[in-house]
Design a protein around this ligand. Structure first.
Ligand code: FCB
Length: 501
């Protein structure tokens, strides 16, 4: 077994395999924030000490040609708030997923979806990360990242049913070695939405053999790569995938309001995770296994309406808690509607959190769809924060809210995604700082948060939204594949270096 520096990792009980929470030295973070009846954290009286606008960073020597940000005339030197220290061993870095950065993933269902003209822009060469990963990791290292999340593309490993491509396995082994060589802890996602085409043609998540086929793939990967990684994510955002693929038809397989199928798929995902959890632990007993969960902050459109508030609670339970709760308790429960026991409970060693935004909810009736309510997108009555380039509200308080809510499971929490699509890098810096402030607040209140991985390391292919959304700490020129480190990334690097906010 190898650790981050290529040294052998001791086999430890998984509960101790992640950095323990430490007593924080927090002077500035407000404690004991109140909760409103809608479940929102009330704004603290005192805000964060803003370290100032973007200041020019310095490109480290030998950064492989990535350009340092240029000093702008109005840039001020950064002052340091230096009032919160993150726990020692905190994981700092960024995340990507295979289909969004590798390029030419021609054997999966998303490629077929793109070729069928279901989205405006096909992924094509993406960020060509398949060929440039070493260079990209050099850049991440120059930004002081000590961890990195990426995903393995199943369709490359098993291009046809039962045929394993050893060259693809070797590639991912090299990726893992490259991370270790640069002192970065790998966090490996085994399935980030995309399925091999041969499997999707058989029904994909609705195929009765899905659980078995996924387990076989996981065993194959773990036998080959298990010694090189300790952190494993079985599924990325299962509830989002069901929502987009079976309820609104935006992603493969493109079904709309297919409620019974959606529920079947959700159950299949739960059972699939349970199987994978055991497969991973049987091959790497000290593994930390989790899912990446996407919680969406919700507020009532009309806070004085108990029906809107009730809808927030129902939608929040279904979207934000149901899946985690099922894995934790071993039972999938929708009160009055559904109850199913899983083979076993407590199949999470950590919770991955992908947090982005908030939506307003309006009740639309007394039956289940009415109680789930509808999103009040444009005509909501509440004031909301700034919108990013994809129209999502910037709402940092939601991150602390979920860090607290998920603490009820008494598991380490790793922020596996958090980022902003924006063409304005000052906005990215503000976003980063405000969200890290919320992480600090939560840790100060006792939340066991063990790391923060920003979405994303590189600009990338944002699914149905194509290439317009710029999420990267590193800008990618898609015509030349040239990389340019954004100023916000250097500022993030300063925080990482000090391990302090
Ligand atoms: C998350 C996905 C990730 C990326 C970001 C913006 O929901 O996991 O692939 O698309 O959103």
């Amino acid at each position: 077994m190898e650790g981050a520096q290529g040294k052998p990792l001791p086999h430890r009980d998984v509960k101790h395999a992640v950095p323990p929470p430490v007593a924080c030295r927090c002077r500035g973070a407000p404690r004991g924030a109140k909760w409103t009846r809608e479940g929102r954290v009330q704004e603290p009286v005192r805000g964060p000490i803003w370290p100032g606008p973007m200041a020019p960073g310095t490109a480290p020597a030998g950064d492989g040609g990535a350009r340092a940000p240029e000093a702008s005339a109005d840039a001020e030197p950064a002052s340091s708030s230096a009032n919160f220290r993150f726990p020692p061993g905190f994981l700092w870095g960024a995340a990507t997923s295979a289909h969004q950065v590798e390029g030419a993933n021609i054997l999966n269902d998303w490629w077929a979806w793109e070729q069928a003209g279901k989205v405006a822009t096909p992924s094509g060469a993406a960020a060509d990360h398949w060929n440039r990963y070493r260079y990209d990791f050099d850049l991440a290292r120059s930004l002081d990242h000590n961890a990195h999340r990426f995903s393995i593309e199943w369709s490359r490993i098993e291009p046809e049913e039962g045929r394993w491509d050893e060259a693809a396995i070797d590639h991912y082994r090299d990726v893992l070695v490259a991370l270790h060589e640069r002192g970065m802890e790998p966090v490996v996602t085994l399935l980030h939405y995309t399925l091999p085409r041969w499997l999707s043609e058989k029904g994909g998540w609705e195929h009765p053999g899905m659980e078995r086929l996924y387990e076989r793939y996981v065993v194959h990967v773990l036998e080959a790569l298990g010694p090189h990684a300790r952190w494993w994510i079985t599924l990325n955002e299962p509830v989002v995938q069901v929502f987009k693929g079976w309820l609104i038809g935006q992603w493969p397989p493109g079904k709309v309001r297919a409620w019974p199928a959606a529920l079947r798929v959700l159950r299949a995902m739960l059972r699939t995770h349970v199987r994978a959890y055991h497969a991973i632990h049987s091959l790497r007993p000290d593994a930390c296994v989790g899912i990446a969960k996407h919680p969406l902050a919700l507020s009532p459109d009309d806070p004085t309406s108990w029906l809107d508030r009730w809808s927030v609670a129902v939608r929040g339970h279904l979207f934000n808690h149901l899946f985690l709760e099922a894995l934790h308790t071993g039972a999938l429960r929708v009160p009055g509607l559904f109850w199913e026991n899983l083979p076993i409970r407590r199949t999470l060693d950590f919770i991955g959190v992908n947090y982005y935004t908030r939506d307003f909810v309006r009740n639309s009736g007394y039956n289940l769809p009415g109680l789930v309510g509808e999103f009040a997108k444009r005509d909501h009555r509440q004031q909301r924060g700034k919108l990013n380039d994809l129209g999502w509200e910037v709402y940092p308080e939601g991150l602390a809210q979920f860090l607290r809510e998920f603490s009820r499971y008494k598991l380490p929490i790793l922020i596996t995604e958090n980022g902003i699509p924006t063409s304005n890098d000052d906005d990215r810096w503000v976003f980063l700082f405000m969200h890290l402030w919320q992480v600090a607040r939560a840790i100060a209140d006792g939340v066991n948060c063990v790391g923060y991985l920003h979405w994303s390391l590189l600009d990338n292919y944002e699914w149905a939204d194509g290439y317009g959304a710029r999420f990267g700490l590193i800008e990618v020129d898609y015509a030349t594949q040239e990389r340019r480190i954004r100023p916000s990334a250097w500022r993030f690097a300063e925080i990482i270096r000090r391990n302090e906010l």
